[in-house]
Design a protein around this ligand. Structure first.
Ligand code: ZEM
Length: 290
């Protein structure tokens, strides 16, 4: 350099290997913290990524994963987000170790990593979300209400820009995790393997007999045979509605098709309202055991 030139400190520009390092850290913590729930934080991390994204409104361009506004009240206090503090807290040590990543990108990476590590398909990932402050919190009521049926489910997901096939593909995420009375009032898992992504949600919807559970909690279904699985009224809408049911049948019969469509639609969900540039690269992460 010539004498007198100021030497600007180079801004850190994270690359694929840096995001893969964050992925690996999350995957390692998932393995270490098998004391949670059914043995994994994976399902609640997927739910955090979904609730961060599912506030999107295509008319106004508000909401979506760009902002991570669920860090703040009132959004953190919305009834639908009860229990997601567990997922946000799980990711705090990752944020501390990699302070250059935005919360918005980190929460989505948490979802991507969890799906892949729970034996799901590859979920291509693009970084570039920027955190916003509490003035960007979305109004309550943008996420689906489990006690309602097909009409409501369509209203909510059409607002984000999804079609019927995409809605059914997304709902397959209910192969994962469970309902907790302390969060939603509902109780129980949808499948017998709630920490592995499969098309079992569709198989069970079609293959089991569903009856109202007799209890003093909110109205939900139980499977007649074992009484150990559950469906929400909004889940049963997928077999009550003819159009939805056709897609349920396709995914119940073909796990590869489900994986392919699920990957595509969850990428769409995670990217709603995110302002990528034409230079944004797409990353496909290696699993921890690859
Ligand atoms: Zn869920 N979901 N969801 N969901 N969800 C719960 C749990 C999980 C609905 C819903 O009301 C509920 C999608 C769509 C819809 C996950 C992923 C995705 C719970 C239980 C409820 C009540 C929460 C609790 O008590 O802790 C409704 C009505 C939906 C639309 C019709 C979509 C789309 C998802 C991702 C793509 C996951 C992974 C869980 C499990 C969370 C956990 O902690 O185990």
């Amino acid at each position: 350099t010539q004498t007198g030139d100021a030497v600007e400190p180079k801004a850190f520009k994270p690359e694929f290997k840096d995001y893969q390092a964050v992925y690996n850290e999350i995957a390692k913590l998932l393995q270490e913290h098998d004391e949670y729930d059914d043995g994994s934080y994976g399902p609640v991390l997927v739910r955090l990524a979904w609730h961060a994204s599912g506030t999107y409104d295509k008319e106004t361009g508000t909401g979506g994963s760009n902002g991570a506004t669920m860090r703040f009240a009132p959004e953190s206090q919305h009834g639908a987000n009860a229990g997601l503090i567990n997922a946000r807290n799980f990711l705090e040590p990752v944020k501390a170790k990699f302070p250059w990543i935005s919360y918005s990108d980190l929460w989505i990476l948490g979802g991507v990593c969890s799906i892949q590590e729970m034996m799901g398909p590859k979920i291509p990932y693009r970084p570039g979300r920027l955190d916003r402050d509490m003035t960007s919190c979305t109004p309550d009521g943008r996420l689906p209400d489990a006690s309602q049926g097909a009409r409501h489910v369509r209203d909510i997901f059409y607002r984000m820009g999804f079609n019927d096939q995409e809605i059914v593909a997304l709902a397959g995420a209910h192969a994962l995790g469970r309902c907790h009375t302390q969060n939603s009032g509902f109780d129980g898992p949808w499948t017998f393997s709630p920490t592995v992504l499969t098309n079992d949600y569709y198989k069970l919807l079609l293959g089991s007999k569903w009856q109202w559970r007799k209890w003093d909690g909110p109205k939900q279904y139980e499977d007649k045979e074992t009484k150990s699985l559950m469906m929400l009224p909004a889940d049963i809408a997928f077999i009550e509605d003819k159009e939805f049911k056709k897609t349920v049948e396709k995914y119940a019969a073909d796990n590869d098709l489900f994986f392919k469509d699920f990957s595509a639609v969850i990428v769409k969900l995670f990217e709603l309202g995110v302002p990528f540039t034409d230079k944004t690269e797409t990353y496909v992460f290696k699993n921890l055991d690859e």
